[in-house]
Design a protein. Structure first.
Length: 143
C-alpha cells in the first residue's frame, strides 16, 4: 500500500476486538445494549459452509456476535434520514482515469488457450455449475 497524496488510511479494529467497536455509531444508538441475537450460530455455520470456511466453535461464537452487531448497525443506519444526501458509488473519493478505447489486434485463439486445462474448439471448457436443460448439475464425466 502506497503512502502519498490521495492515499487513504483507515482505522481497522485489532483482530481480538469485536468489529462493531471499530464502527462509528449513529447518534442515539448504543451497540452494546442492543440484542446481538440477530443471527444464529446455525446460520453462521451455513454461511461458513457456503463460503467454504472451516470455523471452530469459538470462531462461530465470535462471528455470530460480530455479524449480529453488523446487522444491528445496518438497522441503525436505515433509520437515518438520507433524503438530502447525494448517492455515491464509493465511501471515499475514487478517481478512475479512463483511457481512450482503441481497437487492437486480439491474441490468436491458440495462444489465448495455450494454458487452458481443457478446451473445446475455440472455447475454454469449464465445469457446469448450474443445472442443465434436463435439470441436472455437474456429472462425473463433465470437466
Amino acid at each position: 500500500m502506497g503512502v502519498g497524496p490521495g492515499t487513504q488510511h483507515y482505522n481497522v479494529p485489532p483482530c481480538n476486538m469485536p468489529i462493531w467497536q471499530g464502527l462509528p455509531q449513529p447518534v442515539g444508538h448504543d451497540m452494546k445494549s442492543r440484542s446481538m441475537s440477530r443471527i444464529t450460530p446455525e446460520e453462521v455455520r451455513e454461511l461458513a459452509l457456503l463460503a467454504r470456511l472451516a470455523l471452530s466453535d469459538q470462531e462461530v461464537a465470535r462471528m455470530t456476535s460480530d455479524l449480529g452487531a453488523i446487522l444491528t448497525y445496518v438497522d441503525a443506519l436505515r433509520e437515518l434520514d438520507t433524503a438530502g444526501v447525494e448517492a455515491m458509488t464509493h465511501a471515499v473519493p475514487f478517481d478512475c482515469p479512463l483511457r481512450e478505447d482503441r481497437v487492437e489486434p486480439s491474441l490468436p485463439v491458440d495462444e489465448a488457450l495455450a494454458n487452458a486445462p481443457r478446451r473445446e474448439a475455440s472455447f475454454f471448457q469449464v465445469p457446469r455449475i448450474v443445472p442443465g436443460p434436463g435439470g441436472g448439475g455437474a456429472s462425473e464425466d463433465e470437466p
